[in-house]
Design a binder for this molecule. Structure first.
Ligand SMILES: Cc1ncc(COP(=O)(O)O)c(C=O)c1O
Length: 462
C-alpha cells in the first residue's frame, strides 16, 4: 500500500479551474459527437427506466455511455468504440471480462441447472473458502451488498437488543433505510466536523428512521469514544468500510481500527466491516487480512463471484447462530449453484496468490505513473494504491475523512472524465469512485492509461 504526495507547489488554482472548465466543455462536446448510439439508447431507455438506467448510480450527464460488451481488459460502447476498462463494474470485475475460466465455469454450472432453491455442495464449499479467507466462523449468502449489510445489521440488533446503527460520515452501505444517511452530505446539512448531522440520502425513508442512526467521522477514535460513552447502551453496531471507497479512497489508520475494535468490545457493540469493495480486491482476505483487525461480522459482495450477483455476510458463530434462534435471513437466490460454482472457481483458480501479485504490481505501476504526471505538472492531487483499487484524488494530500473529500476539486475530475473516454480509457463517471484493475490487464494497458492521464495533466496546465 502506498500513498504518494506531490512534492511541488500546486499551479494557481484559479487558472487551473478555468482551464478545467474549458477542457471539460471541449471534451464533452467531442464525446457527445462520437456517441450518437448511446444518445439514441438513452432516448429509448428513458421511456422504460427512470434516468434511462438500471441503477441510479449509472446515470450520466447529459446521458450515460452505454456498453455493448467486454473482453479481457476491454469494453466496447454502443458506438463500437473500444476502451481499456478501469471502471470495472464499480469494483466487481477483478477477473476482467469474459475470463475464459469464468465463462467455462458458468457453462459447467448452467449445464447442470442454475437454480433449485436447495443448498448444493458447491455453496457449502464456496462458503468454506470465504470463511477461511476472512477468518469467519460461519456465513450466509445474499444477492447484493445492500442485502448483506441489511442482514448483518439485523443480526446485530437481535444480538444486542438495541436499535441504533452507528455509521461513518461519507460511507455508503447499500440503499436500505437503516444506512441511507450522510453518504455524501451537502455542506449545508452536514453539521459540525466532530458531531456530523444525520443527513438523509433519499426521500421515502421511514419518517423517524433518523432516530436509529448515529454518524461519526472516520479515523477519529476520540469522537467514537465520546459517542459510545454517551449512547453506547443504545448502539447495536458500528458499520464501517475499513478503507473508505465511496469518496475516492481514504486509508484507515490501523491504530484507529484497533481502537474501534476495543471500543466495540467494551460497549457490547457489534463491529461490522463492510468489505463490499475492499473484500477480494485488496488482499485475498480483504481489509480484514490487510489491516489485521478482526471485526465481529464482515459483509461481502461485488468481486465475490466473477461478476455474477452474489453476496455474503458472516463472522462470529454466536452471532450467526441467532439465525437458528429467530433472526430471519432468507432469499430465493442466495448461494445458488451458478454463483457458488463460479465463485469457487474464481477464488481457487483466478484470485489466488499469483492473481493478487499481478494486481499489486499493476496497481503500483499505475499509481506511480499517475503520481509522476501529477508531480511533473504540479497538480493539487495525490494517488492511492491499494491492490486492484486505486485512484487520483484532486487534493494535495491524502484524506483522513469525509470533510477532507470536500476539499477535493470536482472540476478537475469532471474535465478528466471525458478526456479519458475520448482517448479510450473507460472510467467511472463520478469522483467518489476509483479504478478497478483486473488480472487480465497488462503492463501495456497500464502504460496506456498513464500516457493518456499525463496528456490530461499537460493540457490542464498548458
Ligand atoms: C461499501 C459498499 N457497501 C455496500 C454497497 C451496496 O452494494 P450493492 O450495490 O451490491 O447493493 C456498495 C455499493 O457500491 C458499497 O460500495
Amino acid at each position: 500500500m502506498t500513498t504518494t504526495v506531490s512534492s511541488r507547489e500546486p499551479v494557481g488554482m484559479e487558472r487551473l479551474l478555468a482551464r478545467a472548465q474549458q477542457l471539460g466543455e471541449q471534451e464533452t462536446e467531442k464525446l457527445l459527437a462520437r456517441t450518437p448510439a448511446s444518445a439514441r439508447l438513452y432516448g429509448r431507455a428513458r421511456q422504460t427506466l427512470p434516468f434511462g438506467v438500471v441503477s441510479s448510480f449509472q446515470k450520466g450527464s447529459p446521458y450515460p455511455i452505454y456498453v455493448s460488451h467486454g473482453k479481457g481488459s476491454h469494453v466496447w460502447d454502443q458506438d463500437h468504440h473500444e476502451y481499456l476498462d478501469y471502471h470495472g463494474g464499480f469494483g466487481a470485475m477483478v477477473c476482467g471480462h469474459a475470463h475464459p475460466r469464468v465463462v467455462e465455469a458458468i457453462t459447467e454450472a448452467a449445464s447442470r441447472g442454475t437454480h433449485f432453491a436447495v443448498t448444493t455442495e458447491s455453496a457449502v464449499a464456496f462458503g468454506e473458502e470465504i470463511c477461511r479467507r476472512f477468518n469467519l466462523e460461519m456465513l450466509r449468502f445474499a444477492n447484493s451488498g445492500t442485502e448483506a449489510t441489511m442482514d448483518a445489521i439485523r443480526v446485530a440488533r437481535a444480538a444486542t437488543g438495541r436499535d441504533v446503527v452507528c455509521k461513518i460520515e461519507g460511507s455508503y452501505h447499500g440503499h436500505h433505510d437503516a444506512v441511507m444517511f450522510s453518504v455524501i452530505p451537502n455542506a449545508d446539512v452536514m453539521g459540525g466536523r466532530e458531531r456530523p448531522a444525520k443527513a438523509p440520502v433519499s426521500k421515502g425513508l421511514v419518517k423517524d428512521a433518523s432516530k436509529y442512526i448515529e454518524v461519526v467521522p472516520f479515523n477519529d477514535a476520540e469522537q467514537l469514544e465520546r459517542l459510545f460513552d454517551e449512547k453506547g447502551q443504545e448502539i447495536a453496531c458500528l458499520v464501517m468500510e475499513p478503507a473508505m471507497m465511496n469518496i475516492g479512497i481514504v486509508l484507515p489508520e490501523v491504530a484507529y481500527l484497533k481502537r474501534a475494535r476495543e471500543l466495540c468490545t467494551k460497549h457490547g457493540v457489534v463491529f461490522i466491516y463492510d468489505e463490499i469493495k475492499t473484500g477480494f480486491t485488496i488482499a485475498p482476505g480483504g481489509a480484514t487480512e490487510r489491516f489485521g483487525v478482526q471485526p465481529d461480522l464482515v459483509c461481502l459482495a461485488k468481486a465475490i463471484s466473477g461478476g455474477l450477483p452474489a453476496a455474503a455476510f458472516g463472522g462470529r458463530e454466536d452471532l450467526m447462530r441467532l439465525i437458528e434462534q429467530g433472526v430471519s435471513q432468507m432469499g430465493t437466490y442466495n448461494g445458488n449453484p451458478l454463483v457458488s460454482h463460479v465463485g469457487l472457481v474464481v477464488l481457487r483458480e483466478i484470485l489466488d496468490a499469483e492473481g493478487y501479485r499481478t494486481l499489486a504490481a499493476l496497481g503500483a505501476q499505475l499509481s506511480a505513473g499517475c503520481q509522476k504526471a501529477i508531480d511533473t505538472y504540479g497538480l493539487p492531487a495525490h494517488t492511492i494504491d491499494l491492490g486492484a483499487k486505486g485512484c487520483v484524488s484532486y487534493r494535495q494530500t491524502p484524506m483522513r475523512n469525509y470533510r477532507d473529500f470536500l476539499e477535493t476539486k470536482p472540476e478537475l475530475f469532471a474535465a478528466s472524465y471525458p478526456w479519458l473516454l475520448n482517448r479510450g480509457i473507460f472510467m467511472t463517471p463520478g469522483d467518489e469512485e476509483q479504478w478497478t484493475l483486473s488480472v487480465q490487464h497488462t503492463e501495456g494497458d497500464i502504460d496506456e492509461y498513464i500516457e493518456v492521464f499525463t496528456g490530461f495533466c499537460r493540457a490542464l496546465t498548458a
